[in-house]
Design a protein around this ligand. Structure first.
Ligand code: SF4
Ligand code: SF4
Length: 518
C-alpha cells in the first residue's frame, strides 16, 4: 500500500480518555520519604554504584556511573542517606526484582552544585554530547535509549532533519501535551541544541491535530528556523517510522534506523531535559507523569522525582492503594502491568494507568479465522496472522522471513482481532527468543574460539616438544666428531700463516724493484 506524505498506512482511531488529565496544569509532587533508584533505567548495560550504604547524598549527585558505552548514569533526586543497595521491585514486564540504590530522604532537599551553564554553540561537539551523557538523559517517550548516542551519527551518518516527537497517540497519556503547553520555550531550546549536535539544517516538531493549545504554544516559542507541523490523529502516528513518513515522506528501510533516512527523532520531554542539562547544568532527576484511569479520583499530570514509589504517587492522587487492582505503566496500547506498587517511577515512566482493564480482558483466545482484520490495521504493512502462526509453532526462521523485526509492537492487530489473540505478545515473545538464541550463539562462538585457540596452542607446544626430542635423539645417535673442530682450526691457522709469509715475501721483492726504478 502506498501512502501520500502526511499520512501512514493502517492504524486505528481510538477513543480518547485524555480530558480528565489534560485540562490541569502540571503539579509538583512532594519528595517522598524513601526513594528507589534502579541501576537499569535505560536500554543497554546497568550503571555501577559509586556510593556506599550509609553515605550521604545530595539532589543531583551522581550515585551510579555508566561504565559501558550503551548505558546511562543515575543521580539522586533529593538529599538523604543511602540505606541499601539491593534487589527491589522495578517497573519491568518480567516482574523480576533488580539491583537498586535506596535513599532515605532527609527532607532538606539540598542540591549538589550544578555544572556551569554552557553555550552550546561554542562547545566542542564531543563535550556537548558528553554533558548530555553525564546528565543521564535517555529517551523519555518510553524507549529509554541513551540520548547522546543518537546525537552521534558517526562517519557517514548524514542527518539533515531533526524531528521532535510531540505526538502522544496513546489514548490516556497527556504528559507531553501539558509539557508542550507549559514549557514550549525549553523544548524549542532543546531542539536547537539537538540540531546543532547532529549538524542538521532542518528541525520540525510534530504535534497531533487534536492538541491545538500545544501546537499554538510551540509556534509562539519557535525561533531560528524550528517549525511546528500538525499531523493526523490516528494511532500510532507517534511511532518513529510513522512520524518520519508523515513529516518527511521518507521511508525508514526495513531493519533500518531513522539515521538511514537522514533523520534523528527525539521526544519533546527529552528535548527539554537536554536544554536543562546543557544550558543549566541540571541532570535528569524528575519527570512529568500522567496519573490517570478509573482507579484515580483526580487524574492529573505530576512532576515526580525519579525513584518515587508508584504507591506514593497513587496515594498523592487520592487512590486507595490497598484496593488498586492493576497499574499499567506506559499506556493502554503499549504499556505493561506492574506487579508491585513499591516499584519506582523511572526515566521512562510517562504514565500510570490505574484499573483500566480492557472490556474484553477475560475473553478466551479463539482460533484464527483468517478474517484479515489485523492486516488492514498494521502500520508496518506486515502480515500479523502469518507471523502469529510461525511464532506460535516457534519457527523462528520463518517468522524473520515475514519481517518480525519490523513490528513496532503497537498492538493494533490485537485490538481488532475478533478471536482475541494477543498477537503483539506472540511477536514480543518471538523477538525475545531470537535475541536469547543469538546471545547463546555468540556465547557458544566465543567458547568455540577459546577452545580452538587452546587446542592450537597445545598442538604447537607438542610439535615443539617433538622437534626438541628428535634433535636430541639425533645428537645421541650421531655424536659430533670432537676432534674435527680442533683440526680444522689448526689447519686454518696454518693456512693463515702461509698466506702471511707469502705476502711478506712478495712485499720484500716489490721493495727491491721500486728502488731500482728510483
Ligand atoms: S485478526 Fe485475528 S482472526 Fe483475523 S486474521 Fe488476524 S489473527 Fe486471524
Ligand atoms: S503489533 Fe506489529 S504486527 Fe501488529 S499491527 Fe503493530 S506493527 Fe503490525
Amino acid at each position: 500500500m502506498s501512502t501520500r506524505t502526511g499520512d501512514f498506512p493502517g492504524g486505528l482511531h481510538l477513543d480518547g480518555h485524555k480530558t480528565p488529565s489534560s485540562g490541569r496544569a502540571v503539579e509538583t509532587m512532594p519528595v517522598p520519604p524513601l526513594l528507589v533508584f534502579p541501576l537499569h533505567q535505560h536500554i543497554g548495560e546497568p550503571a555501577l554504584p559509586v556510593v556506599e550504604v550509609g553515605e550521604s547524598v545530595l539532589a543531583g549527585q551522581l550515585i551510579a556511573h555508566a561504565e559501558d558505552y550503551v548505558s546511562a548514569p543515575v543521580h539522586a533526586s533529593t538529599s538523604g542517606r543511602v540505606v541499601a543497595i539491593e534487589k527491589r521491585p522495578v517497573p519491568h514486564p518480567s516482574g523480576l526484582p533488580a539491583e537498586c540504590i535506596v535513599v532515605e530522604a532527609d527532607g532538606e532537599d539540598r542540591q549538589a552544585p550544578c555544572e556551569a551553564p554552557g553555550d552550546f554553540e561554542t562547545m566542542d561537539l564531543s563535550a556537548l554530547r558528553n554533558r548530555i551523557r553525564e546528565a543521564g538523559i535517555v529517551g523519555m517517550g518510553g524507549a529509554g535509549f541513551p540520548t547522546f548516542i543518537k546525537l552521534n551519527p558517526g562517519p557517514g551518518g548524514d542527518i539533515d532533519t531533526v524531528v521532535l516527537n510531540g505526538v502522544e497517540c496513546e489514548p490516556y497519556i497527556t504528559c507531553d501535551d501539558r509539557l508542550m503547553q507549559e514549557r514550549a520555550a525549553d523544548i524549542v531550546s532543546g531542539a536547537l541544541i539537538i540540531r546543532h549536535a547532529v549538524g542538521a539544517g532542518r528541525c520540525v516538531i510534530g504535534v497531533e491535530d487534536n492538541k491545538p493549545k500545544a501546537a499554538a504554544a510551540l509556534r509562539a516559542a519557535a525561533r531560528d528556523g524550528v517549525t511546528v507541523q500538525t499531523v493526523v490523529t490516528r494511532y500510532p502516528a507517534g511511532g518513529e517510522k510513522q512520524l518520519i513518513k508523515i513529516l518527511t515522506g521518507r521511508e525508514v528501510p526495513s531493519d533500518g534506523l531513522p539515521l538511514n533516512a537522514g533523520v534523528v527523532v527525539q521526544n519533546v520531554a527529552t528535548a527539554a531535559a537536554i536544554f536543562h542539562a546543557v544550558s543549566e547544568g541540571r541532570p535528569l532527576i524528575s519527570r512529568v507523569v500522567t496519573v490517570t484511569g478509573p482507579g484515580v479520583a483526580e487524574p492529573r499530570n505530576l512532576e515526580v522525582r525519579l525513584g518515587t514509589p508508584v504507591a506514593d504517587v497513587l496515594a498523592h492522587c487520592g487512590a486507595d492503594t490497598a484496593a488498586v487492582r492493576a497499574v499499567v505503566v506506559g499506556g493502554a496500547m503499549m504499556g505493561f502491568a506492574i506487579h508491585d506498587l513499591a516499584s519506582p517511577v523511572v526515566k521512562t515512566t510517562n504514565c500510570l494507568l490505574v484499573d483500566a482493564v480492557a472490556d474484553d480482558a477475560d475473553q478466551p483466545q479463539m482460533p484464527c479465522i483468517r478474517c484479515g482484520a489485523c492486516v488492514e490495521v498494521c502500520p508496518q504493512l506486515l502480515l500479523p496472522q502469518q507471523l502469529y502462526w510461525y511464532a506460535s509453532v516457534r519457527d523462528f526462521d520463518k517468522v524473520q522471513d515475514y519481517s518480525l523485526f519490523d513490528c513496532i509492537e503497537c498492538g493494533c492487530c490485537n485490538f481488532v482481532c475478533p478471536s482475541h489473540i494477543p498477537l503483539a505478545s506472540y511477536f514480543r515473545f518471538a523477538k525475545n527468543e531470537i535475541w536469547a538464541q543469538e546471545r547463546e550463539r555468540q556465547r557458544a562462538d566465543r567458547a568455540r574460539e577459546r577452545h580452538e585457540f587452546n587446542q592450537a596452542r597445545k598442538e604447537q607446544e607438542e610439535r615443539e616438544r617433538q622437534e626438541r626430542h628428535r634433535r636430541k635423539k639425533a645428537r645421541l645417535k650421531d655424536p659430533p666428531d670432537e676432534a674435527a673442530p680442533a683440526d680444522s682450526k689448526k689447519a686454518a691457522v696454518q693456512e693463515a700463516l702461509k698466506r702471511a709469509q707469502a705476502r711478506k715475501e712478495g712485499l720484500e721483492a716489490g721493495t727491491e724493484g721500486t728502488e731500482d726504478r728510483g
